[in-house]
Each structure stands twice: as structure tokens, then as C-alpha cells.
Design a protein around this ligand. Sequence first.
Ligand code: C5P
Length: 284
Amino acid sequence: MTRAVTLLAPAKINLALAVTGKRADGYHELRSVFATIDLADRVRVAPDRRLEVRIAPDVGAPRGDDLASRAVRAMAAATGHDATAFVHIRKRVPVAAGLGGGSSDAGAVIRALATIWRRDDVDLVAVAARVGSDVPFFVSGARVALVSGRGERVDQLPDPTGMHVVIVRSRARLSTADVFAELRSDDRGAAASVDVLRDAFARRSVTPQLLRDNARNDLLAPAVRLCPEIAEARSHAAQRGVPLSLSGSGPTLFTVADDRRDALRIARTLRRMGLTAHAHTMAG
Ligand code: C5P
């Protein structure tokens, strides 16, 4: 029997995100190009007689109702297995930041349990959708994908190589539910950009400039209404010629650099302005 599985659970950014409608169940219809970055939690899953999830450092997740625990229970319900496992998560991805950290951990738990319980017959994307809207992308293993529906439809796109981004973290935390609740109908407009990016990835003709030109996110306006420091950071960076875009429901911001040197230079410039900025590889 497989004893333990350790996986890296990468963060994601939303290169463009369009909200295209509201559903009867209260969720929103989305179209978004997701890409992983080389910032990741480490998730170790081992068989156990009970369910225990340890997250270090402690991020204040509700005990027993964190996404990793919910992932174990969802896999158990789908397979008939007891909802037992020991999960240890070494956190590096900031939480409630728009980087999908908790969802990526949940995706890693589902994949690990499929291996440990030898259940390669289970539709992992369907299990993931029951845990959270961002989890299907992570469970799919795609590095870049067009994600649509509530998040349950994942169409993998070819990886670009050598794309570099700068991630700007904030100390603020934003709840995804709060940002969606703040959305107004006139906040929509990113759908064309999502399609431009999807086509460019599919044709393998993505350039940094194309990514910058189309890095639009319909959740930016509601996120700014809840967290005005997002607008402040964007306007300071814009004065130095750096366009910052929102990832997910925020508050994390990012920009696409021309190459690694450019990413390091931009990160230095933003740090001098007092922002917490680091260079990363995309789809890493
Ligand atoms: O699916 P998840 O639990 O991650 O979503 C958190 C919240 O974000 C939902 O309760 C909902 O308010 C909002 N949401 C939405 N439409 C989506 C995804 C999330 O309205 N497609």
C-alpha cells in the first residue's frame, strides 16, 4: 500500500477574468485564463486512522472546515472510503489573496488520495468542483487553462515557456464571496480579452506585451471598492510605468515582465516604493 504522497501545490494568477452572468444558485458564470506560478505550498498526505490536517504556519483556517479537510471528505464520499488521512501543509502561498492557495492545497489532497487509495477510476474534476470553484483547475494538473462555468470546466492550453511575472502581495485579505457580492452589472468588460488570450495560447503566439494589454479582470472594481489600497498601489506603480493587474478576487496584483532581468528590475522598483514585490516564473 502507498504510504504517503508529497505534492507541490502551486499558486495561480488569473491572466484575464470575465464574469459573464449570475446563476440561479447564486454563483457567477466566469471565463478566465488561469496560469500557475513557481510559488507553491508543500502538501504531504498519509493514510491514518482519523482525519487530521496540520497547516504550518497557522493561517487561522477554521479547524475541520479548511479546504484540505473538505477535500478528504469529498473524496471519501465519491469513493466510499472512510474520511481519514493525515495531511500536513507547509504554507508559502498567502491566504485570501487571489492566488488560489487553499484551493491548490485541496487539489493536491484529492490527487494524493487518488494515488493512496488507488482510485484512478474517479472523476477528480467532479470531486474538486464540490470542494470549491478554483479546485478543478488545480486538480486538472494544467499549468495554463481556460476555466469556465462556475470553475468546473477546465480546458488546458499549451504552456508558454520563459514567461516572467512580478507578484505584489498585500497584507489585506479579501473574501471571494464579499468581492462577488460587491460586483455590479457595469463592472463587466473583460470577456474579449479572455478570448484574445485563449486564442494566443492555443496558437502558441503569446507575448509579454499581449499579456499586459489583455490583463483585465471584472473583479477589479468591486475589489477596489472593498480595499482602496489596491487602487493606491496601482496608481503609484503606474507612475513608474508598471501596469498592475488584479489576480482573482485580490488583493494580490501582478505584472508581466519582458524577461527575467526585467522582472527583477520591476520587483526592485516596486520594493523601493514600499510594495512587497517578487519576481516569479509563470507556468513554473
Ligand atoms: O466556490 P468557492 O467556495 O471558492 O466560492 C467562494 C464564493 O465566491 C462563493 O460562495 C460565491 O459567493 C463566490 N463565487 C461566485 N461565482 C463563482 C465562484 C465563486 O459567485 N464562479
